[in-house]
Design a protein around this ligand. Structure first.
Ligand code: FVH
Length: 292
């Protein structure tokens, strides 16, 4: 029969909204957990659930081989690790940051004798410890560290390893968050158009959500076109037609007394690509204009 291994002990630095939720899931799964937080009072409720606290970040790091960070930003990570001995540690940084920062942190950790994984959390705290929520974490960096700790890292949320380049987790995290920002811009404009009318917003909302879901396969189509380099074959709605349609979108905004400032940057790019002679393409060609 396969040997049952006991849950890996680990250290967690940072007990904000996300850190506290992560801590609870590891404790509930039986992992011996050492925690540290700049404001020590935030650790107290976790001690009642079996966590050990360390008086300093350096002592918390010394307690275990696996050290997870979930702090506000890069500056707080720097501050927390300033006095820590990282020799032989496996550092997993779940603090949101840029790809360049993750690469620099990985090099910094390696120089200090640690293996490094960067993580980008694609979840909000209620999705942690709830597999049905679909939340997950992108990981990149040391494959050996990921293999060694895959089981422990999968406790709070699904774990997707996206490569040895330590910047790849942050890059894909930020790419998804950027797409989400565009979606929020679209939602805001749509609600601004209808909210002053005799339209039940609670009935309008599911129509909006269904439409966005129906349009979501565009992600796959775009990936296919970028991969093949062919932006014209099989195009359903071409750029020339869409630019013409934009006039109606802008006129409607004006009629409704709504600013078009959320729409215009993308529409301007569509128009530029059309003027460059690409009216038979999908909107994928717009991506060509984004590279500096
Ligand atoms: N919460 C969320 O919805 C998102 C979901 C996606 C991932 N993010 C990222 O996770 C990191 C932590 O987020 P958080 O929600 O836990 O953030 P806060 O509740 O604001 O807690 C911040 C912790 O960082 C500590 N801290 C701040 N500055 C310092 C510092 N200079 N030195 C040491 N620690 C510092 C703070 O300590 P304290 O204020 O309690 O003393 C908290 O432990 C973050 O990167 C999100 O982008 C969350």
């Amino acid at each position: 029969a396969p040997q049952k291994t006991s849950p890996t002990p680990l250290t967690l630095l940072g007990l904000g909204a996300m850190g506290t939720t992560l801590a609870r899931t590891w404790l509930a799964a039986g992992h011996p957990l050492t925690v540290w937080n700049r404001t020590p009072a935030r650790a107290e409720p976790l001690v009642a659930h079996g966590a050990r606290t360390a008086p300093t970040a350096a002592e918390a790091v010394a307690a275990n081989e696996l050290v997870v960070l979930c702090l506000l930003d890069d500056a707080s990570v720097e501050e927390a690790l300033a006095d820590a001995d990282l020799t032989g540690k496996d550092l997993v940084d779940l603090t949101t940051g840029t790809p360049a920062r993750a690469r620099a942190r990985a090099a910094w950790a390696r120089e200090r004798g640690a293996r490094f994984l960067d993580g980008g959390i694609m979840a909000v705290p209620p999705m942690i410890g709830a597999p049905e929520s679909g939340g997950y974490v992108f990981y990149s960096g040391s494959p050996a560290a990921f293999d060694a700790h895959r089981q422990t890292l999968t406790v709070p949320a699904g774990a997707r390893y996206v490569g040895e380049d330590p910047g790849f987790a942050a890059l894909q995290d930020v790419a998804l968050l950027s797409a989400m920002t565009g979606m929020f811009a679209g939602l805001s404009h749509a609600f601004a158009l209808v909210r002053k009318e005799d339209i039940d917003l609670l009935e309008f909302a599911p129509l909006l959500a269904e439409w966005l879901v129906a349009m979501a396969p565009a992600a796959q189509t775009t990936a296919g076109e970028l991969t093949s380099g062919d932006y014209t074959t099989g195009v359903v709605s071409n750029l020339a037609m869409m630019v013409a349609g934009n006039t109606t979108l802008l006129r409607t905004a004006e009629e409704q007394g709504v600013s078009s400032e959320l729409l215009l940057p993308f529409m301007d790019l569509m128009e530029r690509r059309l003027k460059d002679g690409h009216g038979d393409e999908s909107t994928t060609g717009v991506i060509e204009l984004l590279h500096r």
